[in-house]
Ligand binder design. Sequence first.
Ligand code: ADP
Ligand code: ASP
Ligand code: MG
Length: 294
Amino acid sequence: MKVLKFGGSSVATPERIKSIGSLIKERYEAGDLLTIVFSAFGGVTDELIKTAHLASKGDESYISVYDSLRERHTQAIQELLGSNDIVSGQVTENFDVLKDLLKGVFLIREASLRTMDYILSFGERNSAYIISKYFEKIGIPSSYLDARDIIKTNKAFGQAKVKIELTEKLTSVYYNERKDKLQVVTGFVASDVGGLTTTLGRGGSDYTAALISGALNAEVLEIWTDVDGVLTSNPKIVKNAYTIPQLSYDEAMELSHFGAKVIYPPTIQPALSKSIPIYIKNTFNPTFVGTLIN
Ligand code: ADP
Ligand code: ASP
Ligand code: MG
């Protein structure tokens, strides 16, 4: 099994999703057994936070933020799948629930961390669902996997702590029953033992992919992002930053703790514990080697 993760900027537009589709199709046709983890469409998590915060302050403009999120997803479905009643129906249902939740936040003027996790989960649940259906359409047999079914945490809403043993067990059981299809998984979201929605912290989709890699003893973990791997500095700030071709797990952990946002710090541990190599690759420059962490 190879586990790939695509971040928000990699799936910010239908065009970008289409180019990921071609990349995955090639890999699928070459015989790779794949699991693909997706973040919410670029910027969606921030917008969900914005609408919830506005609602909690009693500011009715939360509705227009919500409306544009809904419109953006409707357009993505249209561009990727045309008029597809099943997909539109599911996403409409998600947005109806979200609308009720936001109305609740507006009425009680409060968005607790627990409520926020549930609200934020809609970002990844919509993106992974839509993309899994798009993959099916282009001839990649895919299943949508809501990571809340396999990743279990405590109740530390906002940045929950993963129950590793239980997560590994649930993940193996799930995969043992479904070896046939490529799994398209929601990043970032998880649930507590009672089923309440939790999240793994901002940037947590990397960690989702690492947890699944660890549980399945994956051959490789590939983190696909918007830069050429781990660089000597943040390339958005330092123009002459350059790619570091190879890092040890320790070095990668240290860099991520000191601000290299390209890897969410908890991501390293599950890979390290099973000696799974991690590649950091650029979705916008896919032939470039990127960084290998091993
Ligand atoms: P994704 O949405 O794919 O998870 P992130 O925004 O979380 O992407 O992480 C990628 C970003 O990390 C880059 O766009 C870059 O601005 C930032 N970054 C900070 N430090 C580094 C670094 N040392 N090397 C590479 N990227 C870095
Ligand atoms: N969508 C979440 C965030 O923006 C998780 C992720 O992208 O990794 O933080
Ligand atoms: Mg990230």
